[in-house]
Design a protein around this ligand. Structure first.
Ligand SMILES: C[S@@+](CC[C@H](N)C(=O)[O-])C[C@H]1O[C@@H](n2cnc3c(N)ncnc32)[C@H](O)[C@@H]1O
Length: 277
């Protein structure tokens, strides 16, 4: 099916159909880890949750199931393409307790609401100011409300054994491309002190890093990223097509060997609760 060309507020990884699908694969691999985070943080039936930078809303739909009909999920997102995809999925799934709101976290206010929880995954790396984002999240939560983050803390921890020189060069280029777009891959360490300044108690700061082989679902998370992101970097003229092809070839050869090991880029889970005054 041909993609409908629309003007969109893009981000460095793109917002085309391929990126919508990739975010779905990514969520599938990470869904058990996200669920564990939500349950440990006390998210339950009837809660009102805001999904900050929700993309097409894969996590938002899972959160909506968790909070049930008496609860509500507000998914906020800048890309109109992702918002449209999310609304179409909501209609298809009959998910009446998820609402998508198109907004820019840097310039717009969050939809007013007394939120019990905020979920924010892989967004702080892509905004101009995590301080602005975190202030908005802090102000949106009720006293006792919980803010939950999965953000990268050490992107260069993404390594292979045996090592893959071209792919490791590519990982440096990915980080560079995010920085050139105004973001910061290793953003997670800045989150706890900012939340503490806003009257939050830090409940949990834990790394999430996995050592996997090609048959592991976590490998598919990375392989779908590499395949689509190399095309994106060529499109953005961050690298040449020949070099991208060479990186892909090296990655695919490693993937064909079931014994290859990959250490995933390290994510930090940060959970903090707004103090009751
Ligand atoms: C890597 S995706 C993660 C999406 C989703 N949180 C997930 O875990 O699947 C990053 C998302 O942040 C959104 N984003 C980036 N900058 C934004 C901004 N200034 N305001 C709102 N959303 C933004 C992008 O459009 C994209 O959907």
């Amino acid at each position: 099916m041909a993609e409908t060309p629309t003007v969109d507020r893009d981000y460095v990884l793109g917002t085309r159909d391929q990126e919508t699908l990739r975010l779905g694969f990514q969520h599938e691999a990470w869904a058990p880890i996200a669920h564990e985070c939500w349950i440990r943080s006390g998210i339950s039936e009837g809660d009102r949750v805001i999904d900050v930078g929700a993309g097409p809303g894969y996590a938002a739909f899972d959160l909506a199931r968790l909070v049930g009909d008496r609860g509500h999920v507000t998914a906020v997102e800048r890309s109109s393409r992702f918002v449209e995809a999310g609304r179409a999925m909501a209609r298809g799934r009959g998910a009446a307790n998820v609402e998508f709101v198109e907004l820019d976290l840097m310039t717009d206010a969050l939809p007013p609401g007394q939120y019990d929880a905020a979920w924010c995954r892989w967004v702080c790396s892509f905004v101009d100011s995590p301080v602005v984002l975190l202030r908005k999240v802090a102000e949106a939560l009720v006293p006792g409300g919980v803010a939950m983050f999965h953000e990268y803390v050490d992107y260069a921890s993404w390594r292979f054994s045996p090592s893959l020189p071209l792919v490791e060069e590519y990982i440096g280029l990915v980080m560079q491309s995010w920085r050139e777009a105004g973001g910061e891959p290793d953003v997670a360490t800045s989150i706890p002190p900012i939340l503490a300044l806003h009257g939050f108690e830090i409940e949990r700061v834990e790394p999430r890093v996995y050592c996997v082989r090609p048959a592991d679902p976590m490998w598919s998370w990375i392989s779908t990223f590499v395949e689509s992101n190399l095309s994106r970097l060529v499109e953005l003229e961050t690298c040449g097509a020949d070099w991208a092809r060479a990186v892909r070839t090296e990655f695919r050869a490693a993937q064909a060997d079931p014994e290859t090991l990959m250490i995933t880029p390290m994510v930090l889970e940060v959970v903090a609760r707004r103090k009751s005054v």
